[in-house]
Design a protein around this ligand. Structure first.
Ligand SMILES: Cc1cc2nc3c(=O)[nH]c(=O)nc-3n(C[C@H](O)[C@H](O)[C@H](O)COP(=O)(O)OP(=O)(O)OC[C@H]3O[C@@H](n4cnc5c(N)ncnc54)[C@H](O)[C@@H]3O)c2cc1C
Length: 445
C-alpha cells in the first residue's frame, strides 16, 4: 500500500529541505525522500561560497551573523545558519604568468565587510543540518536511504517508488539535483540539448602562502582552469579543477598545479592537503528546461538547470514551489493551472533571461600562448578599467565581454596575432562544442 501525502519531495538538498519546511509550515502532509543515509552530509563537490548582497534570479540573500540567519528579503523568509563563515569580496582571474583581472579592491572592501562582502564561505553541512531540523519541527516525514527508482504519473496523481516503498501524492517536486533521475524517468531530458559531462575534483589545503584568499580566484593555467577559494575554516582554502575530457587524470592535474605550475606552485610550497577533504562530482550538463511541469511532477533548482543554480537560489526555488503547491491544493486545482504561479516565476526570473543560453566552454589555452593570455589579462588595468566586486557569474561574463569588445581596436593594432587566434577560436566554437558533447556520458562510445 502506498503511503499517502499532499506532497512528495525527491531530494533533501537545500531546495528539497526548504520546500519541505515551507509546505509543512503551510500545513501540508509532506515526505522528503533522499538516497543518502545522513541527508545533511555533503561529499559532493560544492565550493560552499554563497553569494549575498547581490540579486540572483530576482532574489536576494543577506547574512545576519548576530541572529545567525540568512535572510531573503524579496521572498520574505530566512533560514538558520550558525556555523562559521569567511567573508568573500569578489572574483580574480589569474593568467598563466600571474597577471590579474580583479573584480573589486578586496583590501578596501574588507574595511567594511558586512556592507561590502559579496559572498560568505560557509559550511554547507551545518546549513543542511539546520534546515533539516526546521523540517522536523514542522512534522515533515524524512525518509533517508530511499533511492527513488520509479515514478508513475497520470490523472493528477503521482506514485514514487524508492527504497522498496511506494509514496503517493497529488504533486511530486523533483529536487534531486543536476543529474536528476526523476527528470530522466519522466522524459524531461529528451527536450533538452545535451552539452557535456563535466568532471570536478576538489581538495582542501592548509598553510597556503598567498595573502589574497578572501576572494574567488580563477586560475587560467596552460593545463586548464583551476579555482582557489577561501573556506569557512580560517587558513584553509579549496582548490578545484574541472574538465570535460574523460581521459584526464584529475588527481594528477591537482598535483601538477600544486607542485609544478609556473607562478602558482609557489603558493603551495609549505601547503598540506587535509586528509578526508577530497571531493568530486560528475555532472551531465543539459540546456535549462523550458517547461518544468509534466503530469504533476515539478522539476526545480539544479534538476532544471544548466549544471547548477547555487545554494541560495536552490533555497528560493524550494520556497516558491512549496507555496505554489499549497495554493493549488487549497484552490482545488491539483494540476498545471494550480501551480501556474511557480511556472510564471521560473519563466520570468530564471528561464527567459538566463535559460536559453548555450554552454560555451572556451579552451583559451588551445589557441593562445601563456604570453598572449598575460597580455590580455593585463590589458584592462593598463587602460584604467576598474571592475566592481561581484560574485555573480552572469555579471562577470557580461563585464568581461563588454570590456574586451571595447578593447578590440587596441588589441588589433598592438597584437594582430592575438586577434587572428581569437577569430579562429570563434570560428571553431561549434566544432569544439560538438567535440565536448561527444566526450560526454550520454553520447560517449
Ligand atoms: C562543482 C560544483 C561546485 C559548486 N559550488 C557552489 C558554491 O560554491 N556555492 C553555491 O552556492 N553553489 C555551488 N554549487 C551549486 C550547488 O551545489 C547547487 O546549486 C545546490 O546544492 C542545488 O541544490 P538542490 O537541492 O537543487 O540539489 P542537490 O544539492 O544536488 O541535492 C539533491 C539531493 O537529491 C538526492 N537525490 C539525488 N538522486 C536521488 C534519488 N534518485 N533518490 C533520492 N534522492 C536523490 C541527493 O542525495 C541530494 O541530497 C556548486 C555545484 C557544483 C556542481
Amino acid at each position: 500500500m502506498a503511503k499517502k501525502y499532499d506532497l512528495v519531495i525527491v531530494g533533501g538538498g537545500p531546495c528539497g529541505l526548504m520546500a519541505g519546511r515551507v509546505a509543512g509550515e503551510n500545513g501540508l502532509k509532506v515526505a522528503i525522500l533522499d538516497r543518502k543515509t545522513e541527508i545533511w552530509r555533503n561529499r559532493r563537490f560544492d565550493g560552499g561560497v554563497v553569494g549575498i548582497n547581490e540579486y540572483t534570479f530576482g532574489q536576494l540573500a543577506k547574512f545576519n551573523p548576530r541572529d545567525k540567519r540568512i535572510g531573503f528579503p524579496v521572498g520574505g523568509f530566512s533560514v538558520p545558519y550558525d556555523g562559521p563563515h569567511t567573508n568573500v569580496f569578489g572574483f580574480c582571474i589569474n593568467s598563466p604568468g600571474g597577471k590579474k583581472v580583479r573584480f573589486g579592491n578586496w583590501k578596501e572592501l574588507a574595511k567594511d565587510p558586512e556592507k561590502n562582502r559579496v559572498a560568505i564561505a560557509l559550511n554547507k553541512e551545518v546549513l543542511l543540518q539546520r534546515m533539516l531540523e526546521d523540517c522536523e519541527k514542522t512534522s515533515v516525514d524524512i525518509y533517508n536511504n530511499t533511492n527513488v527508482t520509479e515514478v508513475k504519473a497520470g490523472n493528477n496523481k503521482v506514485t514514487i517508488v524508492g527504497g522498496g516503498q511506494e509514496f503517493e501524492a497529488p504533486f511530486c517536486v523533483a529536487a534531486d539535483g543536476s543529474n536528476s533521475r526523476v527528470a530522466r524517468l519522466m522524459g524531461f531530458n529528451k527536450e533538452r540539448t545535451f552539452f557535456a559531462t563535466s568532471r570536478h575534483i576538489g581538495v582542501e589545503v592548509t598553510d597556503v602562502d598567498y595573502d589574497e584568499l578572501n576572494g574567488f580566484n580563477i586560475i587560467l593555467s596552460m593545463q586548464g582552469y583551476y579555482s582557489v577559494l577561501p573556506m569557512y575554516k580560517q587558513g584553509v582554502c579549496h582548490i578545484g579543477h574541472l574538465t570535460h575530457d574523460w581521459k584526464v587524470d584529475l588527481d594528477k592535474k591537482i598535483e601538477w598545479f600544486m607542485k609544478e605550475s609556473p607562478v602558482y606552485s609557489n603558493w603551495f610550497k609549505k601547503a598540506r592537503i587535509i586528509p578526508d577533504g577530497n571531493v568530486s562530482c560528475i555532472v551531465n550538463v543539459y540546456m535549462a528546461l523550458e517547461d518544468p511541469f509534466k503530469d504533476n511532477v515539478i522539476l526545480v533548482s539544479d534538476a532544471t538547470w544548466i549544471q547548477e543554480v547555487s545554494i541560495p537560489s536552490a533555497i528560493c526555488f524550494g520556497w516558491k514551489v512549496a507555496n505554489a503547491v499549497t495554493l493549488a491544493l487549497h484552490d482545488g486545482k491539483p494540476n498545471r493551472e494550480g501551480i501556474q504561479s511557480y511556472i510564471d516565476w521560473y519563466r520570468t526570473n530564471c528561464y527567459e533571461e538566463y535559460g536559453k543560453r548555450k554552454m560555451v566552454a572556451i579552451d583559451l589555452q588551445k589557441y593562445l600562448t601563456a604570453e598572449d593570455l598575460d597580455y590580455m589579462a593585463e590589458l584592462p588595468s593598463t587602460v584604467g578599467k576598474i571592475f566592481p566586486g561581484t560574485m555573480d557569474f552572469h555579471l562577470l561574463f557580461k563585464l568581461l565581454g563588454n570590456t574586451y569588445l571595447e578593447l578590440f581596436p587596441k588589441i588589433s593594432e598592438a597584437r594582430p596575432d592575438i586577434m587572428e587566434k581569437m577569430l579562429q577560436m570563434r570560428n571553431e566554437m561549434d566544432e569544439a562544442g560538438e567535440e565536448r558533447r561527444k566526450m560526454g556520458f550520454p553520447t560517449k562510445k
